[in-house]
Design a protein around this ligand. Structure first.
Ligand code: SAH
Length: 474
């Protein structure tokens, strides 16, 4: 290993393959460690804040570069042994090597920095992040790509970080425990039925992905095979193998088995068509007192334990007393809407995917709720239109938004402001766009009162946040 002398260090910027000492000082957006070598910023995969390392330079740009860990000289006190032996290769987790309390601290700081730097807001209450007591086996949904490697071996697992090569994953520490048994049965089915597995490059073969969804409360499971076609060989064999699990154990019940048709040459996992093989293609789950019917195509939060806390937080920020008219924008299958409807006079939900709105209406019925109405369409179109059509009757005391990562359209925020709600509750999966939108609302008269991050995705760099904004002339 070509370690540089102190003199050389002072004279040169590192070149590819050089090995240099580095102390990790920060965490990057993708969970990588960041250190500075003579003012030159290096991003190091799997580096942990506080690590003293020797790193090998992989690539350099003008002012920064990428390096990998060559050896750990002194491990950070926050470095832990990942539970999963695949953690550093698999793209599913990015920061399993970081102590969980430190992960939470990192996420809280990430939100704080965005609000203060991007949002330019300093005076607000930052409530402590809500973490998990046991941050493992939390996902209710797993999507396993299926393929064959160069040696023609069957691969079922997860993609390696930033790639499409599949790592065989028998046991995933963030997926539900039922997955392992189910995948092992499908593995048997593949071998015995001779079903061709998908080849992404050639766009040939049939079986592309396995999607498993579990109702954490109901213990109902739906298994969905995503195929590049419309039927599978030896369907009975698959059903026999999977349904045998219902008599062999009591931890879960396979409630539904279906196919999803995806014949496109695309990275998008699911197609639009569902074909049932066993029972109706949905399961029912419960969050708090509300029941939800979930199909393979519905958006549904993946961490039910934290989702309950997230929705309770949104509800407490909304502080409803039964008299309010509430809009829930980007409502998905009506999850937050129905939570809010327990305490509001009337809730209106808006969502761009029509099937999700069908689910939302069904979910309202399932819970006997008559004070929630749902509209399909883009929130930025539907909200101004409904508001105008009703001559202001469809007003708002509280508006809740839960947009995708890109945040809200400015035109939507303008309508929100025009509707003059007392409160805006913003549920966000991207603190940068949250901060941008908060800044805009602040300029239009809505003051950020408090913010609380929720850790929906332990061991990843993602963080969910709930923010409360109040109209200043309240
Ligand atoms: N509140 C729901 C869903 C949040 S995810 C829940 O907690 O389950 C964001 C949702 O916004 C997705 O369902 C997505 O389909 C929807 N969406 C994306 N763009 C939209 C738009 N312009 N208008 C309305 N909904 C949109």
């Amino acid at each position: 290993m070509a370690l540089k002398t102190e003199k050389e260090e002072l004279q040169t910027i590192p070149q590819k393959n050089d090995c240099v000492p580095l102390t990790i000082e920060d965490i990057g957006a993708d969970g990588e460690g960041i250190g500075r070598y003579q003012g030159f910023t290096l991003f190091v995969k799997d580096g942990v804040v506080g690590d003293e390392l020797i790193v090998r330079i992989l690539k350099t740009k003008t002012t920064y570069g990428y390096a990998k860990i060559e050896s750990i000289v002194t491990p950070s006190p926050f470095r832990v042994e990942p539970k999963c032996s695949l953690a550093s290769r698999c793209g599913g987790c990015q920061i399993q090597q970081l102590d969980y309390q430190k992960q939470l601290e990192y996420k809280q700081n990430k939100v704080k920095n965005c609000i203060e730097r991007i949002g330019g807001i300093k005076e607000y209450e930052m409530e402590p992040i809500i973490g998990m007591e046991d941050p493992y086996y939390y996902r209710n949904k797993s999507q396993y790509p299926v393929g064959r490697n160069k040696n023609n071996e069957l691969m079922i697992g997860f993609y390696a970080g930033r790639s499409h090569s599949i790592i065989n994953t028998d046991h995933c520490y963030i997926g539900d425990k039922s997955n392992e048994l189910i995948v092992s049965k499908i593995r048997e089915y593949i071998e015995e039925s001779g079903i061709a597995v998908y080849n992404e490059e050639k766009h040939t073969g049939l079986l592309r992905h396995i999607l498993i969804r579990v109702g954490f409360t109901s213990k109902q499971v739906i298994v969905c095979l995503v195929i590049n076609g419309k039927k599978i060989p030896k369907q009975e064999l698959l059903l026999d193998k999977l349904l045998a699990l219902n008599t062999q154990q009591e931890d879960f019940v396979i409630e539904s088995i279906c196919l999803n048709v995806n014949k496109e040459k695309t990275n998008v996992i699911l197609g639009n068509q569902i074909i049932s093989l066993y029972k109706e293609p949905f399961i029912v789950d419960q969050i708090g007192d509300i029941k939800y019917q979930i199909s393979p195509l519905s958006f549904y939060q993946v961490n039910p334990v934290q989702t309950k806390k997230l929705y309770e937080l949104a509800l407490s920020y909304a502080d409803l007393h039964g008299e309010e008219i509430v809009w829930d924008l980007y409502c998905g299958i009506g999850t937050i809407s129905l939570f809010l409807a327990q305490r509001a006079k009337q809730v209106y939900g808006v969502e761009i995917i029509p099937q999700a709105i069908e689910d939302a209406k069904r979910n309202a019925k399932l819970n006997g709720m008559t004070n929630a109405e749902f509209f399909a369409g883009a929130a930025e179109d539907v909200l101004p239109q409904k508001y105008k059509e009703s001559n202001g009757a469809m007003s708002a005391d509280v508006i809740v938004v839960d947009p995708p990562r890109k945040g809200c359209e400015q035109s939507l925020l303008d309508t929100v402001v025009a509707m003059h709600p007392k409160k805006v509750v913003y549920v966000s999966c991207d603190p940068a766009t949250l901060a941008r939108d908060i800044k805009y609302l602040d300029e239009k008269g809505y003051q950020l009162k408090k913010v609380r991050p929720v850790d929906q995705f332990p061991h990843s760099t993602h963080v969910e946040t709930v923010a409360l904004l109040l109209r200043m002339d309240n």
